[in-house]
Design a protein around this ligand. Sequence first.
Ligand SMILES: [Zn+2]
Ligand SMILES: [Zn+2]
Length: 352
Amino acid sequence: MRAMQIIEWGQPLEARDYPDPEPQGEEVLLRVEAAGVCHSDVHIWDGHFDMGGGRQISLESRGVQLPFTMGHEIAGEVAALGPDASGVAIGDKVVAYPWIGCGECAVCRKGEELLCLTPRTLGTRTSGGYASHVLVPHARYLVDYGAVPQALAATYTCSGITAYSALKKIRDHVGDSDHFLIIGAGGVGGQAVRIAPAYLGGKMLVADIDGHKRAHAAEMGAAATVDNGAADALQQVLQQSGGGVAGAIDFVGSPKTMEFGIGALRKGGKLVMVGLYGGAASVSTVLFPFKMMSIEGSYVGTLPDLKELLELGQAGKIPPISIESRSAARATESLADLKAGGKVRGRVVMTH
Ligand SMILES: [Zn+2]
Ligand SMILES: [Zn+2]
């Protein structure tokens, strides 16, 4: 197998060849045919996340060792089965659910592997899809994507379910006559703008500082769009929504966008924080009781979320994001393009 690996944090990836892994026990070996390049890969590549106030979490402190193979948006073909593996056959076309827990602790046994304290996530803790082959611990993490185009299906395992899972968290808050607000309509927010009209009621407002993304959101069905860089952005949202939105999702995650999201909520509203921009915001403590508001964090999504999203996709209800196919040899360039910003419309999906 060939892997594009981080040898040194933040430095160009290197192509390295290894013997093909042999699946043990219940493991399944996939031949990777599509691997999405996710914005969080840029942070992993850097080796740290910004926690605000000058604090950082390093990947090494979480047990990630170099050399490391990233890539958590994986689609491909089943290439080999471990002696105890069942549920898939060689040649099956599948996506891999990457957010895998230890499988043994209390939360994993309840099916809440995202909450596991000793995760084995593909491409963020264990070797991922920036390689010709990847080992998946069990066939239950492999999902048939049916008629959904393969590269698009790969993006559903992270950016897709991240958007879907966040929408799920405001769904019960948003009635048909309510408004909801999506902040940040590129990347994951762009997926949400596509999924929302098929998935929840209410009227969609979209805030983005980029006019192209606002225009695109309007095409996808936004009732109104707002430039959140404008001085009167909040007034515009309050006016459009008749006094505030029932639900908001912040796909940026900067102190400014979080404050914007809180300001946009009506009484009893809910803000879901998704974006990993980083930093720290100050929030008035009395706003929580006065506004009876809630703020919830959402991180990627569950295996059932992935199956539900692929069903919506197969039913033809989600307009596809634009996808640029690139060779895995261009992995470093693709990460650099994402880091620089504005150079990638939609998603880069690498082929091996
Ligand atoms: Zn991702
Ligand atoms: Zn666990």
